[in-house]
Write a protein that binds this ligand. Structure first.
Ligand code: MTE
Length: 326
């Protein structure tokens, strides 16, 4: 990743959410998880409205239910989630995606699912929105550059889609191909990466309940800068594994070649699990700075193994040397 030593456009230290709002949100989530309250995305919106953040302005995703897979950490303010992004198809600066992704046309949109599957299929985005019940999952996200956020994504487990296309026994990996259209994406003029942006997972990683086919955030459809209209989110891996604006999903026998691995194989391996013990060749991965909380006195947080999801995912890597399989 292109990393500056000191960034002039780092976000301003923003206000810490008053504790009462955080506690309210927590209470709503706990009650909903316990079946005591009817959840709607607007409950989170209401909590957030009291926070000093820009309001979401996309189409609401109604009937979003809470998930027990959510972290109880306070969500990063909306303005940071949607204003501090990596989406190199629109430029390499953190504020480029918010500034330039307006040119992305998100309708009509289809995602072709093909390769080693019994039932290859082209899904229209409206079908994907209805394929399975939408859940809100607040996930910790850790970028390989050393910053993190907690993002209230909306979607459902990618396993729901896998189930419908029936992978064959030869399907060992899943390749995620994202849109590359120079007429909509000014960043494609740069050769910083090979386009289209491609990512991949082992099929058991893709089928893990945490792997989220993501259609929204903060109770609304995905903003363009966050990968509209559909992306994948893999919270125990560095952020670049979570490809945005998907157009093709291929089930394949061989490990896919991924854009970042092609660009810098020593720096970005296929697995890229969050691992505080394995430094990037140019910097440590032991700590992280939480965007939106990085005031003058804010300490860096220790980075957790598998980004805090070890209990759920460590077994996927039993017997592997994670120093070599970085
Ligand atoms: N997907 C595409 N198509 N292009 C990109 O440049 N950047 C990745 C990932 N997915 C990227 C992408 C990186 S480096 C990160 S950290 C996350 O998206 C950022 O997601 P966010 O901006 O929604 O937080």
């Amino acid at each position: 990743m292109l990393v500056r030593l000191r960034s002039v456009d780092d976000p301003q230290p923003s206000e810490i959410t008053p504790r009462v709002i955080h506690e309210n949100r927590r209470a709503v989530l706990m009650a909903a998880a316990a079946g005591l309250a009817t959840w709607s995305a607007s409950a989170l919106d209401a909590a957030v409205a009291a926070d000093d953040v820009a309001r979401p302005s996309g189409a609401a995703l109604l009937q979003t239910r809470p998930s027990t897979l959510s972290t109880m950490e306070r969500p990063t303010p909306y303005k940071d989630v949607t204003g501090y992004n990596n989406f190199y198809e629109f430029g390499t600066d953190k504020d480029d995606p918010a500034a330039y992704a307006g040119s992305l046309r998100v309708r009509p949109w289809t995602v072709a699912v093909e390769g080693e599957v019994a039932r290859p299929r082209v899904f229209d985005i409206d079908e994907l929105l209805k394929l399975a019940p939408l859940e809100e999952r607040v996930y910790r996200m850790r970028c390989v550059e050393g910053w993190s956020m907690a993002i209230p994504w909306v979607g459902y487990s990618f396993a729901e889609l896998i189930r419908r296309v029936e992978p064959t026994s030869r399907a060992k990996y899943v390749e995620f191909v994202t849109l590359a259209d120079a007429s909509q994406m000014p960043g494609l003029r740069s050769s910083v990466l090979s386009w289209p942006y491609v990512e991949g997972l082992r099929i058991d990683e893709a089928a893990h309940a945490l792997t989220l086919l993501t259609l929204g955030l903060y109770g609304e459809v995905l903003p363009k800068q966050n990968g509209a209209p559909v992306r994948i989110v893999v919270p125990w891996k560095y952020g670049f594994k979570s490809g945005k604006s998907l157009v093709r999903i291929r089930f394949v026998e061989k490990q896919p070649q991924t854009s970042w691995n092609l660009a810098a194989p020593r720096e970005y391996g296929f697995y890229s699990n969050v691992n505080p013990q394995v430094s990037h060749p140019r910097w440590s991965q032991a700590t992280e700075r939480r965007i939106g909380e990085d005031g003058f006195l804010q300490r860096k947080r220790p980075t957790l193994m598998f980004n805090g999801y070890a209990e759920q995912v460590a077994s996927l890597y039993a017997g592997m040397d994670l120093r070599k399989a970085y």
